[in-house]
Design a protein around this ligand. Structure first.
Ligand SMILES: NC(=O)c1ccc[n+]([C@@H]2O[C@H](COP(=O)([O-])OP(=O)(O)OC[C@H]3O[C@@H](n4cnc5c(N)ncnc54)[C@H](O)[C@@H]3O)[C@@H](O)[C@H]2O)c1
Length: 280
């Protein structure tokens, strides 16, 4: 999809109240797109809406839980009353969970699978058919992660959702290519957003010190969501199916392709160090 000028196009971003979703919505707006945005955080959503209106864009803003199938169906019905189809669909809403498999409850699994995986499936299920029907082509961005191709014992459930989103996106890109619809799995890297404060932490990770350390590590890394949005535009322009964004995401992607055994060895070494440092 040519994203150099999005005037006359409609972009939809889920989880647009904060972080990568908010900055991507603004980046699409700056290129001329009108926006449909949703989130469960109404205050953040109102901020994004105001900024987009300041750019002179039309905005449809709705409180929608992406994990709720009926709510997503109603959202799609509602939006398709206003536009025949979305041109650029970004399934971004997501949550994080730090914890090993043996520390992850089934309730946690339901929660993270519902938002990170079913939320993406719902977005594709309810919006892609009209994109195909409209016959104008377009683009779908599904937000995965570097944890969608790199193993980490402490990201067992989160990584599962992100590997799945990557897999879905690769298959969907083949299915939708004949209709001129590109698909990108966005794999950002370590990005400084409020997700570090809202992430659920489990097992020995569940401590105030660990939270502080994580927030500080992401802050020090200093790679903000606005840089992700800028690089996402380039990835869409190039129709990349898998789009690592930050340097560490690219590095991990390269190693995973060229030396998967090394990636596994490094992940296991990281695990041993972590276990030693917590005295297990
Ligand atoms: N920050 C990172 O380092 C990083 C790295 C890789 C991938 N990601 C992914 O990027 C995406 C955006 O994360 P972010 O870092 O910008 O975090 P964020 O917390 O700033 O933004 C996530 C947004 O999703 C919304 N959301 C959560 N549950 C929702 C639901 N059920 N329905 C609708 N909206 C919901 C939140 O309210 C929030 O506004 C997520 O999918 C995340 O997994 C983030």
């Amino acid at each position: 999809m040519d994203v150099r000028n999005l005037a006359g196009k409609t972009a939809l971003v889920t989880g647009a109240a904060s972080g990568i979703g908010q900055q991507s919505a603004l980046a699409f707006g700056r290129r001329g797109a009108d926006l449909v945005i949703c989130d469960i955080d109404e205050a953040g959503l109102a901020e994004t809406e105001k900024e987009l209106q300041g750019l002179g864009r039309q905005v449809q803003s709705r409180r929608v839980d992406v994990a709720d199938r009926d709510a997503m169906q109603a959202f799609a019905n509602d939006i398709h009353q206003h536009v025949d189809s979305i041109d650029l669909l970004m399934n971004n809403a997501g949550v994080a969970l730090g914890g090993r498999f043996l520390d992850t409850s089934l309730e946690d699994w339901d929660w993270i699978l519902g938002i990170n995986l079913r939320g993406v499936i719902h977005g594709c299920h309810f919006f892609v058919p009209k994109m195909k029907e409209a016959g104008r082509g377009g683009h779908v961005v599904n937000v995965s992660s570097a944890a969608g191709y790199l193993p980490a014992s402490v990201l067992s459930a989160y990584g599962t959702t992100k590997y799945a989103v990557l897999g879905l996106s690769e298959s969907l890109s083949i299915e939708l290519a004949p209709h001129g619809i590109g698909v990108t799995a966005l794999c950002p890297g370590i990005i400084d957003t409020p997700i570090t404060r809202s992430a659920r932490l489990r097992g020995e990770l569940d401590s105030a010190d660990m939270r502080t350390e994580m927030v500080s590590r992401y802050g020090k890394r200093g790679y903000g969501p606005e840089r992700v949005a800028t690089n996402l535009l380039k990835a869409i322009q190039k129709n990349r199916t898998v789009a690592p964004i930050s340097p560490e995401a690219w590095l991990g992607y390269g190693f995973k392709r060229l030396a998967p055994g090394l990636v596994r060895w490094l992940a296991a070494r990281g695990e041993r160090n972590a276990m030693e440092s917590i005295g297990s």
